[in-house]
Design a protein around this ligand. Structure first.
Ligand SMILES: Nc1ncnc2c1ncn2[C@@H]1O[C@H](COP(=O)(O)OP(=O)(O)OP(=O)(O)O)[C@@H](O)[C@H]1O
Ligand SMILES: [Mg+2]
Length: 372
């Protein structure tokens, strides 16, 4: 029970993560001794309602959002949301020192180099990064761009659902915020090398490489949990829903060369193995590109560890496989190990332990307001 008259008025914030397969909605409250998860809901999204990050069917998306709100008994109408997709770009650019106003103009020209669509169609934002002591000449700027159409499609769906959008963030930042706030060892200091943060969703795997506070590299790979399911469906000649159940109940990524008995088990393992191998290849390419090209061979900034999140990463054996193949310490991000889960929420979530990695983006969004 609340101890004081106003304790229910403590500040709380809602993060809304609209993925390709499911909505994840969380509400976090600031408590004197940390952060509490007070509400949470996951709701599946009708197929085709969101494609490559853009909401094509705002009406059915709004319905799905309303179902999530009802399921989690959300009362607050204010949310922080995220956009993701190929058009969402986070890049570093170097500029000579100049005042902020001039930089704004220069940015419009510069941005076009980095974004694969006309700059007039983009929403742009930028942050000047803290200068390193060795570099007084120029400045390093982090540029964020998203197609206006994509952002507007999200705003429309949320408005239709009766929500007020307090802020729109881009997914790479939400993951890092969650990591920084909840797992201080996760974002090691810049001197300790870089961290590859890998969110395996249903449709895509989003790779973010950060060095301390600075995002150095982002890449979106079109492989995710649904790719595993499709491979199983094709290999076993079953429908998507049956394949999805098979994957969750019996699927496992086996180690290289490990024996699997039974012909159906072997077919399942092979289908999963092929997708896992392709996913790891893309993660490895991103890490190599960062280590060799971006860091310019600078000592100590290579990727030293891998942190996983997202529903696709929960697949049995996948984290171990990724770690072994990459030869890097790899762990699952468990945000709920540093958040108090309200017992009312805990009783509703089937398996609080397994759900944490899937709520990372939503949690990172809500944290934006709770801790900033
Ligand atoms: N226990 C499990 N074992 C294996 N896979 C699982 C499990 N639970 C969920 N998944 C898979 O996780 C995926 C959904 O994860 P998530 O909710 O993170 O994706 P999303 O946010 O909707 O997609 P995206 O981030 O690509 O837009 C689905 O492909 C689902 O099959
Ligand atoms: Mg997702």
């Amino acid at each position: 029970m609340p101890s004081g008259l106003f304790s229910w008025r403590a500040k709380s914030f809602v993060g809304l993560d609209i993925g390709t397969s499911r909505i994840k909605m969380v509400e976090l409250a600031a408590r004197p001794d940390g952060v509490e998860l007070v509400r949470a809901a996951m709701e599946s999204i009708p197929a085709g309602a969101i494609v490559e990050g853009k909401i094509l069917d705002p009406v059915s998306m709004a319905d799905a959002i309303r179902r999530a709100m009802a399921a989690g008994k959300f009362r607050s109408r204010e949310v922080v949301a995220a956009v993701a997709g190929q058009g969402v770009v986070v890049r570093h650019a170097r500029f000579p020192r100049m005042p902020e106003e001039e930089l704004k103009d220069a940015m419009k020209w510069e941005a076009q180099k980095y974004i694969p669509y006309p700059v007039e169609e983009a929403m742009l934002d930028f942050t000047v990064l803290p200068a390193s002591s060795s570099d007084q000449q120029g400045m390093e700027v982090m540029l964020v761009a998203a197609p206006a159409e994509l952002v507007n499609s999200h705003l429309e769906a949320m408005e239709l659902a009766g929500l007020t959008v307090v802020a729109v963030d881009v997914q790479p930042f939400t993951m890092l915020r969650a990591l920084r706030q909840l797992s201080p060892s996760g974002t090691a200091d810049a001197e300790d090398g870089s961290v590859a943060y890998v969110d395996v969703g249903a449709g895509t795997t989003d790779i973010v490489i950060a060095n301390g506070e600075v995002v150095r590299f982002t890449r979106i790979v079109p492989i995710g949990g649904a790719t595993f399911t499709k491979a199983i469906a094709d290999r076993l000649g079953v429908g998507f829903d049956v394949a999805e159940r098979l994957k969750i109940e019996r699927g496992q990524v086996h180690r290289r060369g490990e024996d699997v008995h039974g012909s159906e088990e072997r077919a399942l393992a092979e289908a999963i193995g092929e997708v896992a191998e392709a996913a790891v290849l893309d993660i490895r390419r991103s890490i190599d590109y960062h280590d060799l090209q971006l860091s310019g061979g600078a000592e100590g900034v290579e990727v030293k560890r891998v942190i996983l999140s997202g529903g696709g990463a929960v697949l049995r054996g996948f984290a171990e496989y990724i770690g072994e193949e990459l030869g890097l310490p790899t762990e699952m991000f468990e945000p709920l190990s540093n958040i108090t889960v309200n017992p009312r929420v805990a009783s509703k979530l089937e398996d609080v332990g397994a759900v944490g990695p899937m709520l990372v983006v939503g949690i990172g969004l809500a944290l934006r307001e709770v801790v900033d």
